[in-house]
Design a protein around this ligand. Structure first.
Ligand code: ADP
Length: 707
């Protein structure tokens, strides 16, 4: 099951967020600094302007005081002293204000101011003195003081110092204004650049976020797909599956689990497993231990105890088999998956097996992996002479004769490694050991069997004592038959061979008799002599055919060689030349194959068939044709003639020794086809005929190919 971990790639997003924050903070700081700079410059501009203004006010106040004093001195009218009085109170205040403005960061201006203070004080004193003198001594005395120009000199110095202060202030003012402009420009620049950077960042962040969103969507789609896949897979499993969380509460039920328990996924979700998956021990009926709590306790895969029944919601009792395994998330057990299946069918099948074993006609033994006997039928009791209880739980070796026991365990293990149904001990005689110590010849079939309780081997044991005895009897009979056959062949050979000599004597002497005394014989006697000659000729033919036949008996030690049947055909034509010419026969052949064997045998075979075709001809001159075709891996040769044919009922018997159909008119011994059959059989082939009376005959024989 492929698991998709939902891992959203957030690094890019986090990075861009970090950069954006950094940028915004930097822009803020820079802007603040520029603004503070600008503010400071502005403040300084204001202060400087105030200094200039203050100085101007000081001068004009002094000037006003002087103008008032002049008016008073000239007119003696008190009202002209108003500006003077005002200046007397205003000038110290202005001086203090200027002193405050210059106190910080303008020490040289403050020094100038201090320099001006005594002069201003002197000026004001001079004004005060003249006013006082005017009042007391008259205007002439006052004007005399004025004419001393003491006040004028003070005033000039005051003006000069004020000009100095204002000059410095003006220079500063220009510088401060420039700096303030510069700061405001920088502020503007920082704001625009910052805004542009933020915009770019915003665009980049949008792209990253969009990418992230797309990826997230893809991951969600994947997750949905894998959830669907998991769902489909779980529902496609033939087994029931229930998953629980770490508390043992049901989180999932597949279709099979739903139908077995009777609960639906929706109903069961979140319920404790014991409520949904109710199990009982089949034999005791007691509640069986919940496998999930065991898995959660032990943290490993557990199989359910044998013979468990699931009690479905509707009360059905279903025999089940199951296992439960922990679901691990990292190292932690995050739940349990329980897999179970309905084994009713299998239990029924096992019961059927038990009944079948009992009903089997031969002994059946069910053996477990360890070689212990689990089940036997009554035939086993009968065959081995034990009672069932004596056999159950014992090792099967107790039924094996002592001398085979050592190797038996290894043989059993090798069978279990590659278990497949097969007979045991191929090519070896097997014996079983009975309780009474007797050994029984047996035949054993092994069948591997898979059951809910594990792998077993079902052994079928057949007592073959009777068959062994029958085989023995057959072997002895065969032996005797072979011996008597050999004797017979030897006798036939000796007889046919030894009879040749006296036969030749009869022939020679009967001819001698005819030659010497022929003139004295009457007609009848001459006829008798002819009979004798015919008889001996026939006898000679018979003996030589019999000899040929007996020589074909038994196997040959010589190695088989490829024989070209075209050569065989040529030799046959040569041998039958006289008969062919005499009967004006046409004997033809297709191209023939090569076969395995000995050439003289095949010449004998073909020559017999061709000469029969010539002999058993009809009214027409004989036509014989030989052809070959392949059949079942052999060559099938056909010898077809246009002769008198053979009625179907004789098709088999003509191959027997001395079996003849056509009387004495046509010469023959009745051994030719028997020889043919022997030759063909000797090489593993068959011979047969297809024919109808007057329809000609086709003889077929099969022989192994040369390659
Ligand atoms: P023989 O020819 O010496 O009698 P065979 O064993 O060769 O002995 O043949 C057995 C009998 O089968 C023959 O006597 C004949 O009646 C019959 N026979 C064999 N070949 C043919 C044939 N080509 N056509 C008709 N009959 C045949």
């Amino acid at each position: 099951m492929p698991t998709t971990r939902l891992k959203v790639p957030q690094t890019a997003e986090r990075l861009s967020l970090g950069i954006a924050t950094l940028l915004v903070v930097s822009i803020g700081l820079l802007a603040y600094k520029a603004w503070a700079d600008f503010d400071r410059r502005n403040e300084q501009v204001e202060i400087t302007q105030e200094i200039i203004g203050g100085t101007n006010a000081l001068l004009s106040s002094l000037k006003d005081a002087e103008t008032g004093q002049r008016g008073f001195l000239l007119t003696g009218e008190e009202r002209y002293l108003e500006p003077y009085r005002h200046a007397v109170t205003e000038v110290p205040a202005l001086l203090d204000k200027l002193a405050v403005l210059m106190a910080s960061r303008r020490p040289e201006q403050a020094a100038r101011l201090e320099r001006m203070r005594p002069l201003i004080r002197g000026k004001l004193d001079e004004l005060g003195d003249t006013i006082r003198v005017q009042r007391t001594q008259g205007s002439a005395a006052a004007l005399a003081i004025v004419r001393t120009d003491r006040g004028q000199a003070d005033m000039d110095q005051i003006r000069a110092i004020c000009a100095e202060i204002q000059g410095v202030a003006n220079t500063r003012l220009t510088r401060y204004s420039q700096q303030a402009r510069h700061s405001s420009k920088r502020l503007g620049l920082i704001s625009s650049a910052g805004s542009a950077a933020i915009l770019i960042l915003l665009l980049a962040a949008t792209a990253v976020i969009r990418g992230g969103t797309r990826q997230r969507e893809e991951l969600i789609a994947q997750a949905t797909q894998s959830r669907d896949w998991l769902h489909t897979t779980l529902n496609s499993i033939g087994d029931a599956v229930i998953a629980t969380d770490a508390n043992g509460n049901v989180s999932l039920l597949n279709g099979v689990a739903e139908s077995l328990t009777g609960w639906t996924q929706t109903e069961a979700a979140g319920k404790p497993l014991e409520q949904v998956f109710v199990i009982r021990n089949a034999s005791t009926g007691m509640e069986a231990e919940n496998p999930v709590s065991r898995v959660l306790r032990e943290g490993r895969i557990v199989g359910l105890a044998n013979h468990t029944r699931l009690i479905a919601r509707d009360g059905r009792r279903i025999p089940i088999e199951d296992s439960a395994a922990p679901i691990r998330d990292g190292g932690r057990v995050s739940g349990v998956v329980l897999v179970f299946r309905d084994v009713s069918e299998r239990l029924k099948a096992e019961e059927r097996v038990r009944l079948a074993v009992e009903a089997a006609p031969s002994a059946m033994i069910l053996v477990g992996r360890e070689g212990r006997i689990e089940l036997v039928n009554s035939q086993t009791e009968e065959l081995f002479g034990y009672r069932r209880e004596d056999l159950l739980s014992q090792t099967v070796e107790m039924l094996v004769p002592e001398r085979y026991r050592a190797g038996h365990g290894a043989l059993r293990a090798s069978f279990l490694r590659e278990p497949r149904a097969r007979p045991m001990g191929a090519g070896r005689d097997l014996f079983g050991l009975r309780k009474d110590g007797r050994e029984v010849p047996i035949e054993i079939g092994l069948n591997p069997i898979r059951t809910s309780q594990g792998d077993f081997v079902l052994i079928a044991v057949v007592d073959i004592s009777e068959r062994k005895r029958a085989e023995e009897r057959l072997r002895t009979a065969n032996e005797e038959l072979r011996r008597s056959n050999d004797d017979l062949a030897q006798f036939a050979f000796a007889a046919s061979h030894d009879l040749q000599e006296p036969l030749r004597m009869i022939t020679v002497y009967s001819q001698l008799l005819l030659r010497r005394y022929g003139g004295r014989f009457d007609g009848e006697a001459a006829n008798y002599i002819d009979f004798i000659t015919d008889g001996t000729k026939r006898m000679r033919d018979l003996l030589s055919d019999l000899l040929a036949y007996t020589q074909l008996t038994g196997g040959t030690q010589e190695a088989l060689t490829p024989v070209d049947l075209n050569d065989v055909f040529r030799i046959t034509l040569e041998n039958c030349k006289a008969a062919i010419e005499e009967t004006r026969a046409v004997v033809t052949s297709d191209a023939l194959p090569s076969v395995l064997g000995h050439q003289p045998h095949f010449v004998q075979l073909l020559q017999n068939l061709v000469s029969n075709g010539l002999k058993y001809r009809g009214d027409r001159s004989p036509r014989i044709h030989i052809s070959a075709a392949s059949q079942d891996g052999l060559w099938r040769v056909a010898v077809k003639d246009n002769g008198i044919g053979i009625a179907p009922e004789y098709h088999k018997q003509i191959f027997g020794v001395f079996k003849r159909l056509h009387g004495k008119d046509i010469p023959g011994t009745g051994i030719g086809l028997a020889i043919c059959q022997r030759v063909v059989n000797r090489y593993g082939g068959q011979i047969w005929v297809e024919s109808e009376v007057h329809q000609g005959a086709t003889f077929y024989f099969t022989l192994p190919p040369a390659s």
